[in-house]
Ligand binder design. Sequence first.
Ligand code: V07
Length: 264
Amino acid sequence: MLHKLIRRKAERQNQSLVERISRSKKECIPSHIAIIMDGNGRWAKKRALPRVAGHHEGMKTVRKITRLANDLGVRALTVYAFSTENWKRPKLEVDFIMRLPEEFLGTYLPELIEQNVKVIMMGENDTLPRYTQNAIRKAMEATKENTGLVLNFALNYGSRAEITQAMQQIAQQVQEGTLTYSDVNEELISQHLMTCDLPEPDLLIRTSGEVRLSNFMLWQLAYTEFWFTETLWPDFDESCLLDAIDSYQNRNRRYGGLKGEDTN
Ligand code: V07
């Protein structure tokens, strides 16, 4: 097993990106990839740059990874752009981050449209600055008929708040009598989450060496494969995404015969 893995790694390093992409496409591509984009501040610190320079560079990585995911035939890509915890950061940093959707879309919306990407958002919209809301609303409107990759920005998102809100909606319907307590099951709960229109993630990636979920998609990740890497988000490139997918495909191949038995 070990020598097989080592050989694969050596093979990988000698393959061009184009070759790796076409190989990857021959196997099962994860339908939904979720990413915790960590390490932007650390990337900047290493270069003696302000933290915001790392966030700005991280934004370019989002574009790069979206293009490749779409090309590979991934159906949905969820990226954790801002958590409800992130409000605790210095005000100037938060102000800068909240301008990023506007800048990202100002630069890349035409190519997202061209690539048939559909932009959506999950998280609490109402408490975002008006200019952030407007930029995202415009992008969602302009891409709503697109049928390619769904690019889902988790922004002002927290999973416990999401689950709490779902419970409140369900409790209200029980109280009103439109539901009874025995109608409450996993399917119903899933339908009340912000991901109700998406498949559950097949692959979760977290960059920058942290190994925790940080209140991200707790319900949805129940059966997801996890991939952690030391690479900082601004350094995460096409070959890093292919490494993660490669690992997912290896695990799939290994457990292929065992689906539903020892795999849960
Ligand atoms: C943000 C860049 C990526 C690294 C992580 C934190 C900083 C792109 C967006 C975005 C969001 C919505 C949208 C289009 C683009 C973004 C925030 C932070 C808050 F419709 N990058 N990025 N939003 N970072």
